[in-house]
Design a protein around this ligand. Structure first.
Ligand code: GLU
Length: 497
């Protein structure tokens, strides 16, 4: 076990030294933000304690399970850099195991066949709801003697298999986040284990797998708390030790309702499309429901997250997905990334935007210098293909607001053209010489240097804000600087000077 802060307690009911955790998504076609956060917490926990992360696809609902549906999940995990140690296992390939487990539960008297017709059950549920009672299977078939049930089954009568929940007492567990959680057994209904087609339900497959895969810690969304007592009963019926359960708080939108499409993208890959860097997203996700020790800076790379993560820091209160915070993380990560690391990510953005830096005069060294100049101003990787477009191609247009603010006055165009001539004639072209030329020119013309600087900035970059103008000039080079100053009028949508 590597470098565990003293505050991190570790218990493993299975007795193994390192934890075995799992991420068990349904194949929904994409990795949901909530799922990604669950995957991340499991990954951090496994990495912190040198354990194993098992990836299991819960695809017993065969209609939904296609290769693309699974691929969408894997893609999201790969983008976030969440590698798994085992799997993916597919529940659809393990059906026999669930059926065997069900048969054992039947044998040991923990389960029984239920022949009640679906329509009849629905009717009774509707009545219960109408009368203000929680709908619950009334246990009609529990009274059928086993031999009779076996006979009816053998005669081909369809049935589901239900778990026989104890009729008194309570079932509970010690949740690593929520503490002791207890449900009265009278609140739990005799839940279905096998459907009439023989397919397992979620409760049966999840517990059979978690037992078989020796999962020591079940870290998952708090929406599963109410499922847990049923699963605890299954562990007990299977004589298997309970894992540690750690339910992590839900992620809400800013309006405090559960995060959904109404709040923006819920698919992790949509954030990649928006120009978010994966480590920034990971850092942001880690803090949705987990707080490290006081005084820890919010920006934490992988190693730091792994070192600090523990179940103790997981909060019980729901987390709010704050988009502005995500953008802040993204800005921090882009600013601190070496340009070499940004370049391949930015190249993807150029490709998406159909932007091709002029290969002949934009060597990788030049691109790296440009990225270094710009990265402190980027909010997203997309900026490099959009608001920073003029740095990488001559095919750009000007931001109309910047033109309206700084290039409105037509008398500026001949001035800029004259200034361009001075640059063209100057043998030296450094930040200092470029600045001196502009300031001397402004003084000679009785113009404000600031007015010329602002106008030149728009002429050179199409934008009203940019890094230091003279650094931009040197980066673009003399030829581009001269050309763009000369053609400022047409950039501003005026007739050429
Ligand atoms: N397939 C379940 C889900 O996606 C996993 C539940 C669990 O982790 O036990 O919610």
């Amino acid at each position: 076990m590597a470098n565990i802060p003293a505050t991190h307690s570790y218990q493993n009911p299975l007795g193994t030294l390192a934890p075995r955790v799992r991420f068990a998504p349904s194949p929904t076609g994409y990795l949901h933000v909530g799922g990604a956060r669950t995957a991340l917490f499991n990954w951090l926990y496994a990495r912190h304690f040198g354990g194993k992360l098992v990836l299991r696809i819960e695809d017993t609902d065969a209609q939904r399970s296609t290769e693309e549906m699974v691929e969408g999940i894997l893609q999201g995990m790969r983008w976030l850099g969440l590698d798994w140690d085992e799997g993916p296992y597919f529940q659809s390939k393990r059906l026999e195991m669930y059926q065997d487990a069900a048969a054992r539960l039947l044998q040991t008297g923990h389960a029984y066949y239920c022949f009640c017709a679906k329509e009849e059950l629905e009717k009774r549920r509707a009545i219960a709801t109408a009368e203000g009672r929680a709908p619950k299977y009334e246990g009609t078939c529990r009274k059928i003697p086993q031999e009779e049930a076996a006979r009816r089954r053998a005669a081909g009568e369809t049935a589901v298999l239900r778990f026989a929940v104890p009729q008194s007492g309570s079932t509970g567990f010690d949740d690593a986040v929520f503490g002791r959680v207890e449900f009265s057994n009278s609140e739990l209904e005799d839940f279905v284990l096998l459907r009439s087609d023989g397919g397992p339900t979620y409760h049966l497959s999840v517990v059979t797998d978690d037992v078989d895969m020796k999962i020591s810690h079940v870290v998952r969304g708090a929406d599963h708390i109410s499922n847990t007592p049923k699963q605890v009963l299954l562990y007990q019926a299977m004589s298997a030790p309970l894992p540690v359960f750690a339910h992590v708080p839900l992620i809400l939108g800013p309006d405090k309702t559960r995060l959904s499409k109404r709040h923006g993208a819920t698919s992790v890959m949509a954030y990649r499309e928006e120009g978010i860097v994966p480590e920034g997203f990971r850092n942001f996700l880690a803090l949705l429901g987990w707080t490290p020790a006081e005084g820890t800076p919010e920006v934490m790379g992988d190693a730091e997250l792994i070192r600090l993560f523990g179940l103790e820091g997981i909060s019980r209160s729901n987390a709010v997905f704050d988009r502005a915070k995500l953008d802040w993380f993204n800005t921090e990560y882009i600013r601190n990334y070496p340009a070499e690391k940004l370049l391949p990510l930015i190249k993807e953005e150029w490709e998406k935007a159909g932007l091709k830096p002029q290969a002949a005069d934009h060597s990788d060294d030049w691109l790296l210098a440009a990225i270094n100049l710009l990265k402190t101003r980027a909010r997203s990787l997309k900026d490099f293909a959009h608001s920073f477009r003029a740095y990488f191609t001559d095919d750009f247009s000007a931001d109309p607001a910047a033109v309206a603010k700084f290039l409105k006055d037509e008398t500026l165009f001949p001035q800029l053209a004259e200034l361009a001539e001075l640059y063209a004639l100057s043998p030296e072209f450094t930040e200092a010489s470029a600045e001196k030329i502009l300031r001397d020119f402004a003084a000679g013309k009785n113009l404000k240097a600031g007015t010329l600087i602002n106008a030149s900035r728009v002429a050179l970059t199409g934008q009203g804000v940019a890094p230091s103008l003279f650094a931009v000039m040197v980066l673009l080079g003399k030829t581009r600087t001269v050309d763009r100053l000369k053609t400022a009028g047409s950039l501003a949508g005026r007739a050429p000077a």
